[in-house]
Write a protein that binds this ligand. Structure first.
Ligand code: ATP
Ligand code: MG
Length: 283
């Protein structure tokens, strides 16, 4: 099984190498990178490209590792025991109240699967540690029914992180790591082509120019990223804004239209407006 890229996702050679390395090593691929650089989409792309089902687990601050294995629904069981009758007969089989989590579903699937554990850094620090054994040995024990669940096929695991918390060393040791570098102009051009085939070349050129200049501004709190550029382009097209409007020739520095798609807080907008104002004064 090898990942060779896909038509609707631009994977750089080093990213493809990392995906294939993690498949070869049979270790989870830990993917980091700025928000909006395609971390989540990578798992979707690989599962589609390899023709394997994707099981997604989106992590929140309250998510516990156990929920990825299974949950025991004691409340339903209690209710059934009180209702009696048809419901009451279910009560004796405890497996009726075990709800399978993403890992269990993957372990018991007929074919190999792709698992996405998205934004692992959102959970508390114990979360990654609690999954070490399951990700390593691909098995876990169900205490309620006294079963050992073993993976029939080793799933391909993607784990994404936005770096909000450090991950424990023991966890890192078990992963292959890849940092998605922010796309250079050429890669970005390819990404735009994938999303907006046939877009006017001049518009793309001007938009990229403005976008990368904006990212260079020192002291920005939140640099715009790939997904924001795509949003902005979509708006430029929808509003039929001509390329010239992005950078009027006689007016070297202009505030780009619809910059709300790119700059996401008032400090950055102020900073940007001040720079534009200064640039105009210096002319
Ligand atoms: N390499 C790429 N090829 C094609 N589209 C891309 C690529 N990178 C990013 N995108 C676009 O950017 C959007 C955001 O990507 P995605 O949600 O995967 O980012 P992310 O890294 O998971 O962000 P976050 O950290 O905020 O969750 C995607 O929907 C896709 O349209
Ligand atoms: Mg994501």
């Amino acid at each position: 099984m090898r990942f060779e890229g896909s038509t609707d996702y631009v994977a750089t050679p080093d990213l493809m190498l990392a995906v294939n390395a993690s498949i070869t090593l049979q270790r989870p691929l830990l993917v980091k990178g700025e928000p909006g650089t395609g971390k989540t989409m990578l798992a979707e792309t690989v599962s589609a490209a390899l023709g394997l089902p994707l099981l997604q687990w989106h992590i929140k601050s309250t998510t516990k590792a156990q929920q990825g294995l299974y949950e025991y629904d004691a409340v339903s069981r209690l209710r059934d025991s009180q209702l009696g009758g048809e419901h009451g007969s279910r009560v004796h089989d405890i497996s009726n109240y075990i709800v399978k989590g993403v890992l269990w579903q993957a372990f018991s699937a007929e074919t190999p699967t792709v698992i996405l554990i998205d934004e692992v850094d959102k959970a508390d620090i114990e979360f990654p540690n609690d999954l070490l054994r399951e990700l390593d040995r691909m098995e876990f024990y169900v205490y309620e029914t006294r079963e050992l669940i073993k993976a029939r096929h080793r799933p391909i695991v993607f784990i994404t992180s936005n770096n909000e918390k450090e991950l424990p060393d023991a966890f890192l040791r078990r992963c292959f790591f890849h940092y998605i570098k922010f796309p250079d102009k050429e890669t970005m051009q390819n990404i735009i082509d994938v999303h907006f085939p046939g877009l006017k070349k001049t518009l793309i050129r001007e938009a990229l120019e403005v976008f990368f200049e904006l990212r260079e501004i020192p002291g920005l709190k939140k640099k715009p990223s790939t997904s924001e550029l795509l949003d902005w382009l979509k708006l430029l097209v929808a509003e039929d804004i001509p390329p010239e409007a992005l950078r009027a020739k006689d007016q070297k520095a202009a505030i780009p239209p619809l910059h709300g798609a790119l700059l996401k807080n008032e400090q950055d907008v102020h900073l940007f407006e001040r720079l534009v104002f200064m640039a105009r004064q210096n002319r």
